[in-house]
Design a protein around this ligand. Structure first.
Ligand SMILES: [Zn+2]
Ligand SMILES: [Zn+2]
Ligand SMILES: [Zn+2]
Ligand SMILES: [Zn+2]
Length: 203
């Protein structure tokens, strides 16, 4: 029996031959990096956060191995990325820096107002002072949104799968779990939903 490697991300079978000792392959269907399971000659890799859990894939940014609960699905231009929590935070950190900058700029504007009021030229131009005040408030609002409203974290791979992530997988790549009867990738040894062991897959 030839066992097929199935992409844990999209459920598509990996059809290339995997040389012994290969640690990871790239899914040709969704582009995710898949760890070759030990049953196919791969190396056992544990999730960095859960040493008791077998890792299924790599973070696209840091290349560490993670389980389905620890990889987050990011929809980006041109496809999908799978990143760990830490790398996701790094990706959102840029937005935080912009928020801090606009906060500082708002403070500078606010600090400038008393000086403008005090100068004799400004008293005739009260509209100008209001305009600066308006910009300062606008910048404060922008920074508040960036700093205090936490962006919703993207779904983890596990969330995606429990919502039926194999929906878009061609039917011929799927089979039914013997226990929970949900559709799972055809070569699964274990149901990703209920963890039930599956009977051996005959190609
Ligand atoms: Zn895939
Ligand atoms: Zn990472
Ligand atoms: Zn994990
Ligand atoms: Zn099941």
């Amino acid at each position: 029996m030839i066992e097929a490697l199935t992409c844990p991300f999209c459920g598509a079978p990996y059809r290339e031959t995997i040389p012994a000792g290969t640690v990871q392959v790239k899914c040709q269907y969704c582009g995710a990096i898949i760890l070759v399971p030990p049953s196919l000659g791969g190396v056992v890799r544990q999730c960095l956060n859960h040493p008791e859990t077998l890792a299924v894939g790599l973070c696209n940014d840091c290349s560490q191995s993670f389980c389905t609960r620890c990889l987050y699905v990011l929809n980006v231009q041109g496809g999908r990325l799978y990143v760990c929590a830490k790398c996701y935070e790094n990706r959102t950190a840029k937005g935080k820096i912009a928020a801090v900058l606009s906060f500082v700029l708002a403070l500078i504007f606010l600090a400038a107002i008393p000086f403008l009021m005090a100068s004799p030229a400004a008293s005739s131009d009260i509209g100008g002072v209001f305009r600066i005040l308006f910009y300062a408030i606008l910048l404060l609002a922008i920074s508040a949104v960036g700093l205090f409203i936490k962006p919703k974290s993207p779904p983890s791979l596990y969330d995606m799968m429990s919502k039926g992530a194999y929906m878009h997988t061609p039917k011929s790549f799927l089979k039914k779990c013997v226990k929970c009867e949900r559709e799972i990738p055809i070569a699964s040894e274990k149901c990703p939903y209920c963890q039930a062991r599956q009977p051996e897959y005959e190609a």
